[in-house]
Design a binder for this molecule. Structure first.
Ligand code: HEC
Ligand code: HEC
Length: 237
């Protein structure tokens, strides 16, 4: 354990205090303004690392999450997507109760810190292995991916920076499954309506097959960390 339990408790308690006081109307109104403002700022990676130390307590210092999918891989996610998701969470457009207090301005910082931490995370290499589905129906999954997903998420799930379409390659299967269900059922209020329309008719079997296929899409080799890689920025902790 590179993070002591006491330090973690301290962070949690601090954030609980923040969540009690940090929520207000102005935060809720500022989501899309914040995205626009953060996108044009020049990132300070040193401050990004400072902010990321808190995120690492859950997402791990490598940003690889937990393979059971309870916590997603965020390493290597597109900068624009990280900014949008964090701004959406801050504005109350996407519910992540366990993370909410840590994302609020009083804990994470303002627009500059948002830009900084997003730049830092987007530069982290991705895991060589992520949790994949059962692999039982991959041909069907592939054909569904081509007809239903490719035009937005790209041939290998690499996403689209300019359009805020997330990178979905290299992600844990159970997380993909949960988010996909949330988006389909309207629980992620920031979801793209076109995606919702595109996926709502998939059968349960089709959904499992396409997400299994997605969980096996690999990032480009130069984005993947060597096996056993540890984030050197965390050595001293
Ligand atoms: C208490 C644990 C916890 C902490 C601390 C935390 N997160 Fe998270 N984060 C989560 C969980 C759990 C999810 C997935 C929620 C879900 O399933 O919708 C998540 C989701 C995300 C996502 C969305 C990923 C996606 O694919 O859409 C981003 C981006 C993110 N976190 C960034 C951060 C950043 C940046 C920080 C630090 C400022 C941070 N997180 C701190 C638990 C945490
Ligand atoms: C019209 C474009 C579009 C299509 C088609 C589309 N998506 Fe998406 N997808 C998006 C956007 C935009 C988001 C981010 C939504 C948001 O901001 O919350 C997203 C989010 C996701 C997420 C959550 C990612 C994360 O990190 O939380 C998954 C998983 C996903 N899409 C899978 C799929 C699959 C599988 C298909 C095909 C069956 C598909 N999408 C089709 C645009 C699309």
């Amino acid at each position: 354990m590179r993070f002591s339990f006491i330090a973690f408790l301290f962070v949690v308690m601090g954030a609980m205090l923040v969540s009690a006081t940090g929520r207000n109307e102005a935060d809720a109104a500022s989501g899309s303004n914040e995205v626009e403002a953060a996108l044009v700022l020049k990132p300070d990676l040193k401050n990004g690392l400072r902010v990321f130390a808190v995120c690492a307590a859950c997402h791990s210092p490598e940003g690889w999450g937990v393979s059971d999918g309870s916590i997603p891989v965020i390493a290597g996610q597109l900068r624009t997507v990280i900014i949008k998701q964090l701004a959406d969470i801050r504005a109350g457009n996407r519910n992540v109760p366990e993370m909410f207090p840590f994302a609020m301005p009083k804990a994470l910082g303002g627009v500059q810190s948002l830009a900084d931490v997003a730049a830092y995370i987007s530069r982290l290499p991705m895991p060589a292995e992520n949790h994949t589905g059962p692999g039982t129906n991959l041909d069907y999954g592939k054909s569904l991916y081509r007809t239903h997903c490719l035009r937005c998420h790209g041939k290998n799930g690499e996403g689209n920076d300019e359009k805020f379409y997330p990178r979905i390659q290299g992600q844990h299967y159970a997380y993909l499954f949960r988010q996909f269900t949330h988006i389909r059922d309207g629980q992620r209020r920031n979801a793209n309506p076109e995606m919702v329309a595109q996926i709502k008719d998939l059968s349960p079997g089709g959904m499992a097959a396409v997400l299994d296929y997605v969980s096996r899409l690999k990032p480009a080799r130069d984005r993947v960390a060597p096996r056993g890689w540890k984030n050197p920025d965390f050595k001293k902790n």
